[in-house]
Design a binder for this molecule. Sequence first.
Ligand code: NAD
Length: 475
Amino acid sequence: MHCNLINGEWRGGQPAIVNRNPSDLDDVVGEYASASADDMREAVAAARAAFPAWSRTTPQQRADILDTAGNEILARKQELGTLLAREEGKTLPEAIGEVTRAGHIFKFFAGEALRAHGEMVDSVRPGVEVLISREPVGVVGLITPWNFPIAIPAWKAAPALAFGNCVVMKPAELVPGSAWALADILQRAGLPAGVFNLVMGSGRVLGPALLDAGINALSFTGSQATGERLAADCAVRGIKVQLEMGGKNPLLIADDARLEQAVECAINGAFYSTGQRCTASSRLIVCSGIHDAFVARLAERTAALRVGNALAAETQIGPVASEAQLAGNLAYVEQGLAAGASLLCGGERLQLASRGYYQSPALFAGCTPEMAISREEIFGPVAAVLRADDYEHALQLANDTPFGLASGICTQSLALATHFRRHSEAGMVMVNLPTAGVDYHVPFGGRKGSSHGPREQGRYAAEFYTTVKTAYLGL
Ligand code: NAD
């Protein structure tokens, strides 16, 4: 059994989480120890005890450890990618890409640890100098979702450690394997006991224990419902909080879009990674001049997508991650049909050679903005096409959502691309690219109901993982 990492020791726990492969339910990826609320309290106490020494390490010591971890992740990307594909269900190339990203993130933040932070300012008073410096926030809780089992733990843990914080990480129950592998790599890279703790198990049990144990900051990625509850709980406890939540991301297809490029962006954004990306293009907003040609070509391409075992070379779309997620997707397909949208293809559970959670990608046309399939995050391979009269109408539809994570436009016009970039109410805007697929060295995050608090990733991560101190020096 794979144990929790608390105060530098691997500790068991009961009952075990049985990690099953969604491509093949007969394949058990591994058994992982389920922690108790007491384990969580011990992990936070260990992190608290480790903080004074860790926060005073030199940037070089922290950089060396992060760089070592990044190198090992990159060296083992095939093996870790296979583990990730087995536990989460994205295809092997996608999984290896995610592992590679995690490795690069650690190496990037190894560099960030060394970057000088702070500034010196002349005071408005004579004989006084002002120094502004950044310090770690303390003990940071990290709660992560199942859809990026190593990249999201990496993009939270790497900056937290780089800036001198101690970490207690609670990964999603569905995918403990990649988080466990990451903890093992960090431990062997030379982190002192208690600096990084891994506590696996139920969010409902471990989440409240984490908050009550006295952490200084919480970075959460997951659903909006869980995030909003956690934000309220953090507010009353004075815990700094950062939330990355859902999306219902629009991809706008302007009349002048290149047809094949636009279809490719839609296929990739809506269906790759089985539609299980917070940045997925789940709303395709198509201007009337190109609508019929676009929808016909997209339906043809969608119907031809090869759904299968995540590890098979020919697979383009892996399984849905869980039975509950699959049931939810199929319920949305039913809702779409009942609301009067036209199902052009897919939307069925598939029985393949191995017993898994397979679903054919579903493409709906004739969707209206008020339909649930146009408004709510489905988080599966289900896309809704909305027809727009013209660009202005399409922009209005694109912004008509409680979410604001990513958005995209396909157009050949610099004027439209620029207008959309300025007026889209999203944190990330793509031009002639899928809404999903981002760089690791620049800020990631959204607006409205998608995000709360400072951005993640790139040098902007310092906003969350450090606190500013202003010092006045009398000369
Ligand atoms: P979820 O909210 O169910 O779970 C996320 C994490 O929170 C898990 O580790 C879970 O155990 C934990 N959790 C659950 N209840 C808790 C509680 N009461 N207290 C503390 N922790 C608790 O989300 P999920 O189903 O794992 O992930 C899918 C969601 O994540 C989607 O909505 C997706 O859009 C979102 N997501 C967002 C981003 C982003 O960066 N914006 C990235 C990936 C996924």
